[in-house]
Unconditional design. Structure first.
Length: 272
């Protein structure tokens, strides 16, 4: 990154407006996510101001995606039944123009989820978010990280993220010390957060759900995705100030998500 100057692409006021719209609408977010993080993801959405719906049953998922405000598809534990529901949900979302997020968890060396991620990435997600190794693997540049852990830096994934955004039509977000968000032309870095997010189960996966919630707040998915990351980072920083470790961080993080106001987000966001 070249500068810590405020981004001309997304303004703090737009972030505040997005959070205000989320709180006013309490968007219904359908989550097809992994079994390890379901409860935490639902609690994060509730704390942020959204309304979670964990509808991942074949025969229901597609119908529900057509009425939800937005959709999360997270590949953390993709069993056969859930994979079928994901395909249904994505089809239903496409037919109803429901915005949706693809989180390609731990792809690369794991062939089943890697193939599924590439299939879903071709189905028109609004946002693709993951760590640097996941984004590199989805772009076909590398073999992925160590399970859910990234072995690559955000800087190493920047070019691949931009090309993936151009080829998929999605906004691509790469999580790291500074999160990168791009639509293939515009690039915004979101600074802040806390390393304690990597010490709790679901810290990254729940961010995908928050991105989905923010997608319902306006027409520009890049602004929505930047707002989600800035909001998440600000809450993590606030929680980390009072946490003794990961055990106390998780509930403090939920409290911080609920407490941050649009005005506080406007003041706290650091973009470049």
């Amino acid at each position: 990154m070249e500068s810590m100057a405020p981004s001309r692409l997304v303004t703090p006021g737009e972030l505040a407006d997005a959070l205000g719209a989320l709180r006013a609408s309490s968007p219904l977010v359908q989550c097809l996510t992994n079994t390890v993080v379901t409860n935490f993801t639902a609690n994060v959405l509730l704390a942020a101001g959204g309304s979670p719906a964990m509808v991942d049953v074949p025969g229901e998922a597609g119908d529900f995606a057509a009425v939800a405000a937005s959709l999360l598809v997270n590949l953390g534990t993709p069993n056969t039944e859930q994979a079928a529901a994901m395909r249904e949900a994505v089809t239903g979302a496409g037919a109803a123009s429901t915005p949706w997020v693809l989180d390609p968890v731990a792809i690369g060396s794991l062939r089943v989820r890697t193939a599924l991620a590439r299939e879903l990435a071709a189905a028109g997600p609004s946002v693709i978010r993951g760590n640097a190794s996941e984004i590199l693997a989805l772009a076909g540049v590398s073999g992925g990280g160590r399970g859910v852990e990234s072995t690559d830096s955000v800087a190493a994934a920047a070019d691949a993220a931009r090309e993936l955004a151009r080829s998929s039509g999605a906004v691509v977000a790469v999580s790291g010390e500074a999160d990168l968000v791009t639509d293939g032309v515009r690039i915004v870095y979101v600074h802040g957060g806390s390393a304690l997010l990597t010490r709790i189960t679901g810290g990254g996966c729940a961010l995908g759900a928050v991105c989905a919630a923010f997608l319902s707040t306006g027409p520009d998915p890049l602004v929505a995705t930047v707002a989600a990351h800035a909001f998440y980072s600000a809450a993590a920083e606030r929680a980390a100030e009072h946490a003794a470790g990961p055990g106390t961080f998780a509930p403090l993080f939920l409290d911080a998500l609920a407490a941050i106001s649009p005005a506080e987000l406007r003041a706290a966001a650091v973009l470049s």
